[in-house]
Each structure stands twice: as C-alpha cells, then as structure tokens.
Ligand binder design. Structure first.
Ligand SMILES: O=C(O)C1=C[C@@H](OP(=O)(O)O)[C@@H](O)[C@H](O)C1
Ligand SMILES: C=C(OP(=O)(O)O)C(=O)O
Length: 425
C-alpha cells in the first residue's frame, strides 16, 4: 500500500540528521498562472518545471473543457490555444483549488456564453463574493448565492465595447487571488483596464508580483500606476516558452526537515533565487531553535503552518500575527493549528483574536504518547504536523493522501531521506 493511500501514517523520528537531495515540485501558484495565460494566448506555449497535483489538474481539465489543448510530458506542459476560452458543456469542477476557482472566474467573464464554476465541500465555504461584486460592477452577470462557489456567470466579450477604458476596484483583503484574477483576465478586454485595490490592501502582496511577472512573460503590457493600481493594455497574450520555478511553500518543509534534525538537504535552489513570497520563511526557519518572539504571517501565509509546528520545539514561545486570511484557506488554519498542537500537549498553543501563540520548548521532543492529527483535508496541516514527528515519537497523520493538492510525492520524498513511515493498524 502506498503511504498516500492509507488512512493514517505514523512518523518514526530519525535516529540522526536527515541528509540527501530532494527537489521540491514545481510551484502551484506559477503553474496555474502560466497554464491560464498560455490558454489565453494564441499559439503554442511550452511550460517547463510545472507541478502535477490536484490543483493543477483541476486547472488543466477546466481549460481543456473550454477548448484548450494541453498535453503533458513529465513536468513539461504543451498548451495550444486559439487565444479565447469557449463555453464549457458542463459546470467546471475545481476541487479545492483556490487559484483555479478565482483565476477562472475572472477569465470566464470574456467567454461568449454561460459557465458554472464549482468546487468541493471545502471550496464551497471559501469566499468569492468580492470578486463576483467586482465583475458585477463591470456589468458582467455573475452570481454566487452563498458568497462562495458555485459561481454562475454569463460571459460577455462585448461588454466593454464603445468605452475608452474601464476601471475595476477589488477588495483584496480576504484573498490576493481576486486581484491576480482580474489582472490576468484584463489583457482580454478590448480597451485598457485599470485594476485598483480597495479596502485594507492585499493579504499577500508577493503573489501580485508573480502574477505580473507571468503576465509580462506572455506579452502583457502592465503599468503600475501606484502601489495598489495597475493599468493593463488590451494586447491579449502571446504564446511563450516559460520555466516554472520550484514551489517555495513546499520548500519550507524541506528546510524544516534539515533544521529540525541538524541535517543537510540539497533542494537544488537557494531561497533568494525564488520569486514566491514564501521563500522569505527561510530567514526564520534558519533561526530555529531561536525563532523570534513575534513572527508576522501576512506576507508568507502558506509557510505559517511549517513555522508554527517548528515553534513547538523552539527555545522560547512564539506569537504569530497577521493570520486573519489563514481562517479562509483549505480550513481555518489558525484554529486547526491550535487544536492539533493542543492534542499533542494541552496548553501548547492558544488563539488570541487572529494571533496564534505557540509555547515552544525543546523538552516537547520527549513527549511520547501517540497522537492522531486530524488534517481537515488540508495538505499543509498534514505536511507541517509531519515535522513534529521528526522530533518526537507517536505523531500519526490522518488522511495523509490530502498532500496531493500540491505535493503528491511528499511522503515518498520524506522516506527518501531515510524517515520510516509506519501504517499503524
Ligand atoms: O495567488 C496565489 O497563488 C496564492 C495566494 C495565496 O492565497 P490568498 O491570496 O487567498 O491569501 C496563497 O495562500 C495561495 O496558496 C496561493
Ligand atoms: C491556500 C492554499 O491554496 P489555494 O488558496 O490555492 O487553494 C495553499 O496551497 O496553502
């Protein structure tokens, strides 16, 4: 039985430092951006180093359902497109892939026809109302009864004809993906589009930068008007060959394997070579077991589960701040982290508003009682709690297969550096 197909995996703490070479998978964020903009470009694009996981499969399947030809050979994707998305025959099912749901909702505004974008039970709890409201403000008929998917949308490629430009405001405080979605859709418009962020700013600004990078690589002309506004020219996209970098959020686990065991894992790329926001987490991971007393999470949100579980063994307590967005990810991650850490040892963590405080101590490595970690169908809860199992006995991860969302080979890679994974009966 493969590690991923079992109901539970127990991590056996390694006897010594973990050493070896592990290449993180391709970036989920960049793969799903590149797939979309390549699909909006006329001609054939070749994407190398891409990720194959649930999230990218949902994106690729949806684009195929809208007439785009996508072939894959290992980590290389060949995308051939007319440059326009066609009305799909059925609702698009996008699992719990936030990038796919949000990016496609905006891109589909230019379809000539009717589209329903839906996801699984978890996605149906993740907000999309600000993005739907932004499309409505442009005269696009889009609806979401609950404020979460499913979204029903009647695309209109002619909606903006006769205008000399359009302005769209978007509240990006719940998710930066709404902003990225509008930016990536904008070059399809017949006139220039000004995308302006309203409200409290953007949760994770670094993702906007990788959006702009990907757009420009496919020929988009984007001009930054000010810190929170961009003007996008009506150029459409041009097919391109594009190299996708390894996933920085996935890399945080590998850096943690190394640091928690005093080992050396060669991941083939240095953090400063990565453009994704989570690469900055390395600056904190390398300080373990002397993590700072306060860590701000807003600009490296997906790395917080990694750091919060590491903090359990830190010399001193750590307060994580700026976590409000973590409550609307695959699960409420603030609550999940606190609940599961407290299962390991009551009092280990607590929530204060949206802050999470972890009462770290190296002594926590001596706890031995078996603990079953519930993972809430959240890949990051599974991957980060496995880190606890490197330092103390008895950590059992329920539903380990949920890592398939972004890192299907996580357990295989962990075993490849010598960690024993048991399947307790
Ligand atoms: O744009 C992206 O690729 C992402 C943005 C972040 O989400 P939010 O913008 O919803 O915070 C991040 O958590 C997610 O994993 C990927
Ligand atoms: C939040 C995440 O994913 P998404 O929003 O893309 O579903 C994540 O991968 O941690």
């Amino acid at each position: 039985m493969s590690a991923a197909s079992t109901d539970m995996l127990e991590i056996v703490p390694p006897a010594g430092p973990l050493r070896g070479a592990v290449t993180p998978p391709g970036s989920k964020s960049i793969t799903n951006r590149a797939l979309l903009v390549a699909a909006l470009a006329k001609g054939e694009s070749v994407l190398t180093g891409g990720l194959t996981s649930d999230d990218t499969r949902y994106m690729a399947e949806a684009l195929r359902a809208m007439g785009v030809a996508i072939e894959q050979d290992g980590t290389t994707f060949m995308v051939a497109s007319s440059g326009r998305l066609a009305q799909p025959e059925k609702p698009l099912f996008l699992g719990n892939a936030g990038t796919a749901v949000r990016f496609l909702t905006a891109a589909c505004a230019f379809i000539d026809g009717h589209v329903v974008l839906d996801g699984d039970e978890h996605m149906r709890k993740r907000p999309i109302k600000p993005l739907v409201a932004a499309l409505n403000s442009l005269g696009i008929d889009a609806r979401s009864e609950t404020g979460c998917p499913p979204v029903e949308l009647f695309g209109n490629p002619k909606a903006f004809e006769g205008k000399d430009h359009i302005v769209v405001e978007i509240d990006g405080s719940l998710s930066s993906q709404y902003v990225s979605a509008l930016l990536m859709a904008a070059p399809q418009a017949p006139v220039p589009v000004l995308v302006r962020v309203a409200g409290d700013g953007i949760g994770s600004r670094g993702y906007i930068d990788i959006t702009l990078e990907t757009m420009r690589a496919f020929g988009a002309a984007v001009h930054q008007e000010d810190a929170l506004a961009w003007r996008i020219e009506p150029t459409g996209y041009k097919a391109a060959n594009y190299a996708i970098e390894p996933d920085a959020s996935a890399a945080t686990y590998l850096w943690a394997w190394e640091k928690l065991t005093g080992g050396a894992i060669d991941i083939g790329i240095r953090p400063e070579e990565m453009s994704q926001p989570d690469a900055v987490a390395y600056e904190f991971i390398k300080q373990f077991p002397h993590l700072p007393a306060e860590i701000a999470g807003a600009q490296m949100q997906d790395a917080i589960p990694t750091l919060a579980v590491m903090a359990m063994f830190n010399a001193t307590p750590v307060r994580f701040t700026g976590l409000s967005n973590l409550r609307v990810k695959e699960c409420d991650r603030v609550s999940a982290l606190s609940t599961e850490l407290n299962k390991i040892l009551p009092g280990l963590a607590r929530e204060e508003g949206d802050d999470l405080i972890v009462n770290g101590s190296p002594d926590h490595a001596n706890l031995k009682k078996p603990v079953e970690i519930f993972t809430y169908a959240d890949h990051r809860i599974a991957m980060s709690f496995a880190l606890a199992g490197l330092c103390r006995e008895g950590i059992r991860i329920l539903d380990p297969g949920c890592v398939a969302k972004t890192y299907p080979n996580y357990w295989r890679d962990l075993a490849s550096v010598g960690v024993e994974l048991k399947t307790p009966s």
